[in-house]
Design a protein around this ligand. Sequence first.
Ligand SMILES: Nc1nc2c(ncn2[C@@H]2O[C@H](COP(=O)(O)OP(=O)(O)OP(=O)(O)O)[C@@H](O)[C@H]2O)c(=O)[nH]1
Ligand SMILES: [Mg+2]
Ligand SMILES: [Zn+2]
Length: 369
Amino acid sequence: MPALTTFGHDLFSLGWNESLAADLPGGAVPARVARVDRGAADVITADGHHTAQYAARLRRATANDPVALPCVGDWAALTRQAEGRYELDAILPRRSALVRGGVARDSRGGLSGDSRGQVLAANVDVVFVAEPAMHADDFADLGRVERLLALAWESGARPVVLLTKSDLVGQHLPGLLDDVAAVAPGVDLHAVCSVSGEGVEVVRSHLDGSRTAVVLGASGAGKSTLVNALAGETVMETQQVRAGDGRGRHTTVHRELLPLAGGGLVIDTPGIRRVGLYEMSQGVDLVFSDIEELAEGCRFDDCAHRTEPGCAVLEALESGELPERRLESWRKLQREAAWMARRGDARLRAEETRKWKIIHKSMRNQGRP
Ligand SMILES: Nc1nc2c(ncn2[C@@H]2O[C@H](COP(=O)(O)OP(=O)(O)OP(=O)(O)O)[C@@H](O)[C@H]2O)c(=O)[nH]1
Ligand SMILES: [Mg+2]
Ligand SMILES: [Zn+2]
C-alpha cells in the first residue's frame, strides 16, 4: 500500500476504498484521473498531481473502444518508470459511468466516439443536473431535465436536480420548483444561487464522506460558478452569458475533477449542447416512474396508451393530472432508447464480422508458402 497521507491528499479523501484496493494489480500505484488529453491523463496519486502517458498495451486495447479509454473520475493503475515518470497501464473496473450517445462529428469531419457512446465521467456517486431557473429568457427546460436524468439514473449514481440561478425568477421560484419536482419523481431537488450562496451548503452535503459528484447542464447554467462556490475559491473560469440571446459561451472546455478543501470531489463539465441517450436499461423508466405507475392501472398489460379502453395513462391525461408534454417526452425518449438498442446490436454484429474477416485473412495468409 502506498503512503496514505502526503501532500494534503490521501487516497481515501479522493474516494479510494477497500473494494477498489482489491481490484488494484499487485505493485501498481493507484491514481485518480483528474483530466484526460490525447494519449495522456492528469492523475492524482497519494503524493500529488502527475501526468501519466498511456501504456502501449492500453492504447492497443482501447483503439476501437472509446468507452474503455480512461476518463475523468476513473481509478487507474500506474507503473513508475525509471526516470520517475508514470505510465497509465489500466483502469480499474468502474463503479458507475455516465455515458452519452448521439452522433457528432469531430474536428476532422469524421464520426467521433460519440456515435458509439462517450463516457462523460466515471466512479461518480452523485450526478447534479444543473438547470437554470431562467435561461435565454425562458424558464427551466423540463425536457432537458428529463433527458439528463435518464442519463444520470442509467449511470448507477444518484441524481440530484439543482435549479440554478434561483435569484433570477423572483416570486416564480416556488411554482417553478413544483414544475421541476413533477418531472423528477424520487429525486432530490434544490434551488441554488451561487452568487448569494443560498443552497450551496445543501449541495455540499451531498459530497459528505468523500463522495464524487459531476455537474451536468447547458452552457451558462452556472456549473463552474457553483463549483467555485463549493471550492470557496476560483478554481474554474466563468463567463457572462451572451448579451443578445442569453445563451452560454461554452467557457469550460475540459472535464475536470477537483478535490475540494472541505471534503468531497466535484467534476466540472463543458456545457452540453444536445445529449443523446446511450444504451438504456432502466434510465428512462426511472425518470418516468409516475407514468410507469399509472400504467399499472391500465386494463391491458400490453397497453400502448394510445386508444385502448380502460387506459389509466390516457385517463390521467384527460383529467389533467398528467401533462401532455410529459407523455410526449416519455414516448420520445423511449423511441430513442429503443433505436439506440437496435443500433447497439447492429454495431456488435459489424464488430463480429470485422473480427472474422481479420481471422480469415490471417488464416489465408498463413496458408501461403
Ligand atoms: N444571477 C445569477 N447568475 C449566475 C448564478 N450562477 C452563475 N451565474 C452567472 O452565469 C454566467 C455563466 O456561469 P458559468 O458558471 O460560467 O456557467 P457554466 O455552466 O459553467 O457554463 P459553461 O462553462 O459554458 O458550460 C456567469 O456570468 C455567472 O456569473 C446565479 O446563481 N445567479
Ligand atoms: Mg463552466
Ligand atoms: Zn394504458
